[in-house]
Design a protein around this ligand. Structure first.
Ligand code: SF4
Length: 362
């Protein structure tokens, strides 16, 4: 290890807050220095989050894949006239929610395409229906894009939408639709999505209203390391101010069925080195986050396991039903049995523990 890297990693362990330039340098390491960064991140994880590998028993319910947007990285959404459009009505949503309750989930997660006919009331109805069919189950739903869309469709402010969603039982909001919080990248990959400043504003509004959220990044398409660093810095700044993020979830770009990849604009996803470094560098840079999740849906279980020894402390959810990554071409995304999670955790010498959405022990 070179002396500069050794000193920097030692400093981080002693509480030094990484600058954006230092973060950029860590993203650029290659060869065996990747293990040095990962090892330090693992040590910081041990100190900040303890030994347990946590997971949540959850189920996804995606109401529809019809969407007015056409994000270039999305292999899930459909336009009117496309084949394979689905829309779940109240009866179907409640059937799924009832089944989720019978499966013993503690969380139901719902995000969907931006249906042309949706209003704020549509989201609120869905939340009520889920609670009616699965009382007591935590509802993790929506994201800043859905909130902005609901507000626009109904002539409300985003704050009014959030208040109404909370009133309908929204327990926490997904920090998705973040992708890369750099407008020039957003312009290329999802120009119809809300810009960075609006994403940040809605997240802060949610936190102010007592709605915790997750934080995500979608990387491995056409962003640079500088963009990744800026994104992480924005999340760290929000967390300093609001303390409302429950976890950080790196989402590795699934490229296969996406317009961006087919058009030759995006590369074929992140490499293994990049996946590992995203977890490790996030653990070191996001010094105000306790929980770093590694997504078995996006990375596959073997890469996710390596993330657990590179700074991550959480394996995400059992899922039971997943269609967004599957739409983009990922395989085996439907369900991960906690027994398999246990095998994977114990294989790296750590206990597996079930948690709630908000990281309370079960
Ligand atoms: S990422 Fe979301 S908003 Fe964008 S096209 Fe897909 S479903 Fe629609």
């Amino acid at each position: 290890m070179d002396q500069y890297l050794r000193t920097l990693l030692n400093d981080v362990k002693s509480g030094h807050r990484l600058s954006e330039d230092e973060c950029l340098m860590l993203f650029s390491v290659r060869d065996r220095q990747v293990w040095d960064v990962a090892r330090t991140a693992d040590e910081v994880r041990e100190e900040r989050a303890g030994p347990a590998v946590t997971y949540v028993r959850n189920q996804n319910i995606n109401v529809t894949n019809l969407c007015v947007n056409a994000c270039g990285f999305c292999g899930f959404s459909k336009k009117p006239g496309n084949e394979g459009i689905y829309f779940h009505d109240r009866a179907e949503i409640q059937k799924k929610a009832t089944l989720a309750k019978e499966r013993g989930v503690s969380e139901i997660c719902t995000v969907s395409g931006l249906h042309p006919a949706f209003t704020a009331q549509s989201y609120i109805d869905v939340y009520y229906w889920i609670h009616e069919a699965a009382p007591g189950v935590h509802l993790h739903a929506g994201n800043p894009m859905e909130v902005a869309y609901a507000a626009k469709q109904s002539g409300m402010s985003t704050q009014e939408v959030l208040v109404a969603m909370k009133g309908a039982g929204l327990g926490s909001m997904c920090g998705t639709a973040a992708e890369i919080l750099v407008d020039s990248v957003r312009e290329t990959i999802c120009h119809e999505k809300i810009p960075t400043a609006e994403w940040v504003r809605i997240i802060k509004e949610a936190h102010m209203l007592g709605i915790p959220t997750t934080a995500t990044i979608m990387y491995g398409h056409c962003e640079s390391d500088v963009d990744r660093v800026r994104h992480l810095a924005i999340l760290r700044e929000i967390q300093d101010e609001m303390h409302g993020f429950t976890e950080f979830v790196p989402l590795s770009f699934i490229h296969m069925n996406t317009p961006l990849y087919r058009a030759g604009i995006a590369r074929a996803g992140a490499t293994g080195r990049e996946d590992l470094l995203m977890v490790a560098v996030a653990r070191l840079f996001l010094d105000n986050f306790k929980n770093i999740q590694v997504s078995w849906v996006k990375e596959g279980i073997k890469m996710a396991q390596l993330g657990l020894i590179a700074g991550a402390n959480d394996l995400g959810g059992t899922m039971f039903e997943e269609s967004i990554s599957k739409g983009a071409g990922a395989v085996n995304t439907d369900y991960l049995d906690p027994k398999e999670m246990q095998r994977v955790a114990e294989d790296v010498g750590r206990p597996l523990k079930q948690r709630t959405t908000l990281y309370e022990n079960i």
